[in-house]
Design a protein around this ligand. Sequence first.
Ligand code: EPZ
Length: 424
Amino acid sequence: MTKFVIQGGTPLRGVVSASGAKNAILPMLAASVMASSPCVFHSAPHLSDVSTMVKILERMGAKVERGGLNGSTLYVDPTSLNSHVVDELLMRQVRSSIFLMGPLLGRMKKAQVSYPGGCDIGQRPIDLHIKGLKALGAHFVEEHGHILAERTKWQGADIHLDIPSVGATENIMMGACLADGVTIIRNAAKEPEIVDLQSFLNAMGAKIRGAGTDVIRIEGVKSLHGAEYTVMPDRIEVGTLMIAAVMTRGDVLIENAVVEHVQAAIAKLREVGALITVNGEGVRVRGVERPRPTDVKTLPYPGFPTDMQPQMMALLSIADGTSVITETIFDSRFKQAEELSRMGARIRNEGRTAIIKGVPKLSGALVEATDLRSGASLVIAGLAAEGQTVVGGIRNVDRGYEKFEVKLRSLGADVVRVASEQTG
Ligand code: EPZ
């Protein structure tokens, strides 16, 4: 197993750029199966989740290649697609494979998927995805752990989501592109990745408007062609780097940050005392001697993102007082608390609430990443801790952070990637 060995205590200083957004490129790769000609994605991050989605597309007959500067361009040719079946083993590795249902129903009139895997952060139902695609005309059969969806007619519909689910919004939006007539998605999720997906789909010839608001309108078209697109910067990586800068009392400029996408993080970090200046070239973040405590409640965008909750927990564990975190999106996203406690943090979980009594310093320890964002929170805690921290399970971090240790080292951090002795 790969791990990071971190010597804490060095303030992060310098200029860094975020990679392309994981949660934008993944639905776009799913959408590409609907294209009648090749697609090109620039700023396509080297992430294991992206590699898994690429393997899924290749198993279905698509041809995918990497090229461009530092291999940051993905060329996807879906014209040789010859299957509607999503590889079960690969699907268990990455949740976003569920995004293929809508596009496959649109293009192939059927889709076979299994229940998706993904992070270990609690219940990950897909009932809203299924409800929305049923409204468009899909029929679902479950057998032997597989879900087979088929459709004859594919008709626009007026769909209200019980929860503003990011994935369900994206799945329905993609499927509706090739439906007859108009689809309205109400109580849609408003995340920036959905706006990016709308832009990509419209570049393919779709007719969508309203992404970023809670009502999205999709006018079905007969076909979609390929498109060339540059993926938006990853706002969660930006937020993670911002928190790392504050936690290490550093001074970091994240030069390609889209300020609008990280307003909730900017507000929260100013509450704890960070000095944040925004200008045309991104976000500059300066840390403080010791952060003040504050309360955090995760909410759908534009609220404070759940994907930055574990990182915020690390920061608040060294605040000068008691903070309360309320996680409203997922029912088991405090796994990092136990690992942070090994470093001296004082955190008490009560259901979806965590009470954090700040301590002056964390101490280095052996800790284990259980999912992507809890892994990131342990890495940044190690950067600020006294002594050496070894973070195991780094494969989780590699799912969503491109060359994380390289970026951190470029800012002065003492972090080394170590492949473990035992193989496998
Ligand atoms: C996306 O997951 C992101 N993943 C997650 O990022 C992110 O945490 C989440 O949105 C919320 O912002 C990708 O985009 C690949 P949801 P998704 O559907 O679509 C419930 C990361 O770290 N729900 O918005 O799965 C669900 O249980 C990952 O990058 C249903 O009840 O999230 C949850 O409580 C982690 N039924 C809530 O909605 C459904 O059919 C929000 O989930 C679907 C979801």
